[in-house]
Ligand binder design. Structure first.
Ligand SMILES: NC(=O)c1ccc[n+]([C@@H]2O[C@H](COP(=O)([O-])OP(=O)(O)OC[C@H]3O[C@@H](n4cnc5c(N)ncnc54)[C@H](OP(=O)(O)O)[C@@H]3O)[C@@H](O)[C@H]2O)c1
Length: 274
């Protein structure tokens, strides 16, 4: 597994394992995470919203992988910002995961009118030493501008929907300029759009004897993005990290960039409601 250095000096393994809907119950989640750890994944992406922090923590505890070799991200949900309290939500994630500390804590979605105040609370959690890095998710350039106008700590990461049909190049460029690593959620288009059957991606895959998923994930790596593919299947989990023995040409990267059509599988960050 390769790593990327975050703006506070810590390193994050890439790719990470997406865990939204990883299993129908705790047993299936534990099984899928154990398989992923055995396959070599060292970065797990969860969120309080996914309701799987407990089985993920359990899978980690049952595995033989030392805690310090793992990187675990979880996220703060919007209703916790508005109603239940940020510190309490963080404590609940800590309790459920029960892994000593969280590597990366993200604001899951920007809550209108709360972006700056939320970030100040995130900074306090960071300063308390219970997380190794803090960041955001689903923040567009205007959200980041609002946040950075009050920030003492620059977010280490912005996790956004990003795949060849939604390239977000302007946001990528802005984040690079601010030293914020961009993570790609739904990098394979989830199962909602036929991205994996795209003719150009299939053709490039054939040229390299690779699957379409591998082409997309390799495109992420070469663009400096950190993809978070989700798979519950041991074979596809392995496929999604077998990315380091081939590379795409500059022309192939540009051709894939040009597939962009601004197509989302999820909610637009300006339209989320809590
Ligand atoms: N921050 C946010 O707001 C946010 C939002 C959504 C997602 N996320 C994160 O991003 C992660 C990934 O997004 P996602 O789960 O929506 O979608 P995804 O990773 O783009 O796609 C997952 C789908 O692709 C299938 N798949 C995986 N590998 C494959 C392969 N090699 N070949 C063919 N099919 C493959 C999976 O099926 P199998 O499982 O059967 O293999 C599943 O149906 C999430 O799990 C979550 O951690 C974050």
């Amino acid at each position: 597994m390769k790593t990327i250095q975050l703006n506070n000096g810590i390193v994050i393994p890439t790719p990470g394992l997406g865990t939204y809907r990883l299993g129908r119950n705790d047993r299936e989640v534990i099984h899928a995470v154990r398989n992923a750890l055995d396959a070599g994944y060292r970065h797990i992406d969860t969120a309080s919203f996914y309701d799987n922090e407990y089985p993920i923590g359990k899978a980690i505890a049952e595995s033989r992988v030392p805690r310090e070799e793992l990187f675990v991200t979880t996220k703060l949900w919007g209703t916790d910002i508005l109603k239940n309290g940020i510190e309490q939500a963080f404590e609940e994630s800590m309790l459920k995961l029960d892994i000593g500390y969280i590597d990366l804590y993200l604001v899951h979605w920007p809550v209108t009118g709360q972006v700056a105040a939320t970030w100040r609370k995130m900074e306090q959690i960071y300063e308390s030493g219970r997380v190794r890095a803090i960041g955001v998710s689903n923040h567009l350039t205007h959200h980041l501008e609002e946040l950075l106008s009050v920030a003492a700590v620059v977010p280490a990461v912005n996790q956004v929907e990003l795949h060849p049909y939604l390239v977000m190049q302007g946001l990528q460029d802005y984040c690079r300029e601010k030293d914020i690593v961009v993570e790609s959620w739904s990098p394979l288009g989830s199962s909602k759009i036929p991205l994996l059957a795209d003719p150009l991606l299939l053709e490039i895959g054939q040229r390299h004897s690779r699957s379409t998923a591998q082409v997309i994930l390799r495109w992420n790596l070469q663009k400096g993005l950190l993809p978070l593919p989700k798979s519950s299947d041991a074979k596809r989990q392995k496929e999604n990290i077998a990315l380091f023995d081939f590379s795409l040409s500059g022309e192939e990267i540009s051709l894939i960039d040009r597939l962009d059509k601004g197509e989302r599988t999820g909610v637009h960050p300006d339209e989320i409601e809590f």
